[in-house]
Ligand binder design. Structure first.
Ligand code: NAP
Ligand code: 8YV
Length: 318
């Protein structure tokens, strides 16, 4: 059986490795000391890469792989992949939609509850002995019956809306195109933020969403409002967010993603008004296994018949 060369950019689970090593000869970018020397020996024979939506396929790697035909990304977001450059060269790109919808929605609900119910503070109250010393912890805000705006009502946004139903919310949404759903559509994000108690960001990253949650949106959400960002750090103007939280113009923020990951600004870490997670929206054993399986399934199907199971839309015609 032929085992074509595959370049791995980024990591893989043991399960992914065991399936891949039966089908491909693996080259790990992390083990390549001299890219030029490696490329002169192997570059022309590599037709597939496995990567993720953050690392993408950097331009020097693209240049070193003149016969690259497929790039399988671990993750649904692919803002780190230059799809224009891939399409121009006929390189097919896959990602891992749907298998992580439930986990990211769960993470969103946990951020909502932790923020509104003030569980960070309450946990510290219990742990520090304040309960015995000072009495009951201060009251917090119920998640029930709130107006929740979803910025990006796609696969994950819809799953978030579905799972939020236990709190009897009024769901509203903003996207570029109105969807065939019963929720109220806002074509203006500031107007939607003004109508919401909570704004959940779950769009892709990239130029079209860069800092669309700006000062005006944050101030419209207001001193009692909560921002939840489980999309990409680039979607929120982080400097404006810090100003809004510090000045009390925004009530709370629950953040899984940041502009300069893995760096988190000190002002966000120090704030009482934030709940912070290290980009773990999909990071359960079960969901990461499903993402890994789909990534490998894409590579195996491509090896068998040249097609991908779950191509990104930009490459679906290739
Ligand atoms: P999806 O199904 O493609 O949905 C994206 C939604 O965003 C669509 O409703 C789309 O509607 C809307 N949208 C796109 N560009 C927009 C813009 N400029 N302004 C307003 N709305 C816009 O994607 P998905 O599978 O739900 O994933 C969404 C994103 O979640 C991923 O791309 C990734 O960045 C992020 N994510 C994060 C984690 C995490 O660990 N925190 C995990 C998974 C995914 P229109 O096209 O009509 O505008
Ligand atoms: C992953 C994600 O953390 O799928 C995405 O878009 O952001 C997350 O599920 C990440 O992409 C894994 O590389």
């Amino acid at each position: 059986m032929s085992t074509p060369n595959l370049l791995m950019i980024g990591g893989a689970t043991d399960e992914m490795m065991s399936r891949l090593t039966q089908e491909f000869t693996i080259h790990k970018l992390s083990e390549i000391a001299d890219l030029d020397a490696w490329a002169s020996e192997f570059g022309a024979s590599v037709e597939a890469v496995m990567t993720n939506g953050h690392d993408g396929v950097p331009a020097p790697i693209m240049a070193a792989l003149p016969n690259l035909k497929a790039a399988a990304a671990f993750g649904v977001g692919y803002d780190g992949i230059d799809t224009d450059a891939c399409v121009a060269r006929g390189i097919k790109v896959s990602h891992t939609p749907n298998v992580l919808n439930a986990e990211v929605a769960n993470t969103t609900l946990l951020l909502l509850l932790t923020g509104l119910r003030n569980f960070r503070h309450d946990e510290a109250w219990a742990r520090s002995g304040d309960w015995e010393a000072k009495g009951a912890a201060p009251l917090s805000t119920s998640p029930d019956g709130k107006t929740i705006g979803i910025l990006g009502l796609g696969r994950i946004g819809q799953e978030i809306a579905d799972r939020l139903s236990i709190f009897n919310p009024t769901i509203v949404y903003h996207t570029r195109t109105k969807k065939d759903v019963a929720y109220t559509y806002y074509d203006n994000l500031v107007d939607m933020a003004a109508a919401c108690d909570v704004l959940v960001c779950i769009t892709p990253g990239g130029p079209s969403t860069d800092k669309i949650v700006n000062k005006d949106v944050l101030e419209a959400l207001g001193p009692k409002g909560m921002l939840i960002n489980v999309s990409r750090g680039s979607v929120v103007d982080e400097a404006a967010l810090i100003d809004a939280l510090d000045s009390g113009k925004l009530g709370l923020a629950g953040l899984d993603v940041f502009a300069g990951e893995p760096h988190i600004p000190d002002a966000l870490k120090a704030s009482d008004r934030t709940v912070l997670l290290p980009h773990v929206g999909s990071a359960s054993h079960e969901t990461r296994a499903a993402m890994g399986a789909l990534t490998v399934d894409n590579l195996l199907q491509w090896k068998s018949d040249g097609t991908l199971l779950t191509p990104v839309p930009e490459c679906a015609h290739l």
